[in-house]
Ligand binder design. Structure first.
Ligand code: C2E
Ligand code: MG
Ligand code: MG
Ligand code: MG
Length: 279
């Protein structure tokens, strides 16, 4: 708001700005207690075979129900949790909870072999991620390939923290690594080529205009072409229509997730769907 911007670049007082800052502070304060108060839970979005709709895997998605602020989507608090450093503890909890859930499903005889978990850049470069992953797998008696970590494109851009060493440590455990929201950032393709990555997740921002919007179609084809030429798998996210699914199948993409199939589901509902799908 230029009216409030002074010549020295600082912002003069504005009610909207003050309100936003107040809100931020409130979220920040509540966030500090949320984990210990048990205010987080996970929902699980099915990753399906696009041809049959059969569930193959699940992505764990974080949900926060604050007693004072209500239900807040991750987009409202993840970035904040990253800036306060709180994200390290949260992501650690997610990792343990998601692997424990996979164990419970498997113990119940359900046919699911893998769970995907989002890793924030801060968790990636922060403490020893590989050790946390190893402990979570061990605690639940799971092999490395039972876990997929979704990394952000930032690990491709910011080379300075020896991302390659961290990734190779994770690969040594056998876990699958994918790049989330691929195409949104500015990945260095040359760098991508050197990383021990399995798959790229096509950002749903590009799928939105498919198949009507010609430039969205072109971007999707380009991203999928990059994956193919690097020998990487692809996962489509945000699949909302049959037209989008058919487009993906024509492009050779067979794994996807989106509201066409299911949103993030509570564990019980996820288990019911798994149990009823034909074997
Ligand atoms: P993401 O990892 O790319 O997750 C996909 C997001 O798209 C989820 O939003 C999901 O609910 C939503 N989505 C799924 N299907 C569709 C669809 O068909 N159409 C549309 N428009 N959206 C769809 P959500 O759960 O709000 O999460 C947003 C982002 O927050 C995630 O993006 C991820 O970057 C981050 N996030 C979520 N959980 C965690 C977590 O445990 N740790 C960390 N570090 N980040 C998380
Ligand atoms: Mg993700
Ligand atoms: Mg994504
Ligand atoms: Mg996203």
């Amino acid at each position: 708001d230029s009216k409030h911007r002074r010549r020295d670049g600082f912002q003069a007082f504005s009610p909207q700005l003050a309100q936003r800052q107040h809100q931020r502070l409130q979220i920040e304060t509540q966030l500090r207690r949320a984990l210990d108060n048990g205010e987080f839970h996970l929902v699980y979005q099915p990753q399906v075979d696009l041809r049959s709709g059969r569930i193959l895997s699940a992505e764990a998605l974080l949900r926060w129900n604050s007693p004072t602020l209500g239900a807040l989507p991750p987009d409202r608090f993840i970035a904040l949790a990253e800036s306060t450093g709180e994200i390290a503890r949260i992501d650690h909890w997610v990792l343990r909870e998601a692997t424990a859930q996979l164990r419970r499903w498997q113990d119940a005889g359900l046919a699911i072999g893998r769970i995907a978990v989002n890793v924030s850049y801060h968790q990636f470069i922060g403490e020893d991620l590989a050790r946390g992953v190893e402990q979570a797998l061990q605690a639940n008696g799971l092999p490395g390939h039972a876990l997929e970590l979704e990394l952000t494109e930032r690990v491709l851009v910011e080379d300075s923290h020896d991302a390659l060493r961290i990734l190779e440590g994770l690969r040594a455990l056998g876990v699958l690594l994918s790049i989330d929201d691929f195409g949104e950032g500015y990945s260095a393709l040359n760098y991508l080529r050197r990383l021990p990555i399995h798959a790229l997740k096509l950002s749903h921002g590009f799928l939105k205009g498919v198949p009507r919007n010609a430039s969205d179609v072109a971007i999707c084809q380009t991203v999928l072409g990059i994956a193919r030429s690097l020998g990487l798998g692809t996962v489509a996210e945000g699949v909302e229509s049959e037209a989008q699914r058919d487009f993906l199948l024509r492009q050779g993409v067979t794994l996807g997730q989106g509201f066409l199939f299911a949103p993030g589901l509570p564990p019980g509902e996820f288990a019911r769907r798994l149990a009823t799908q034909s074997t």
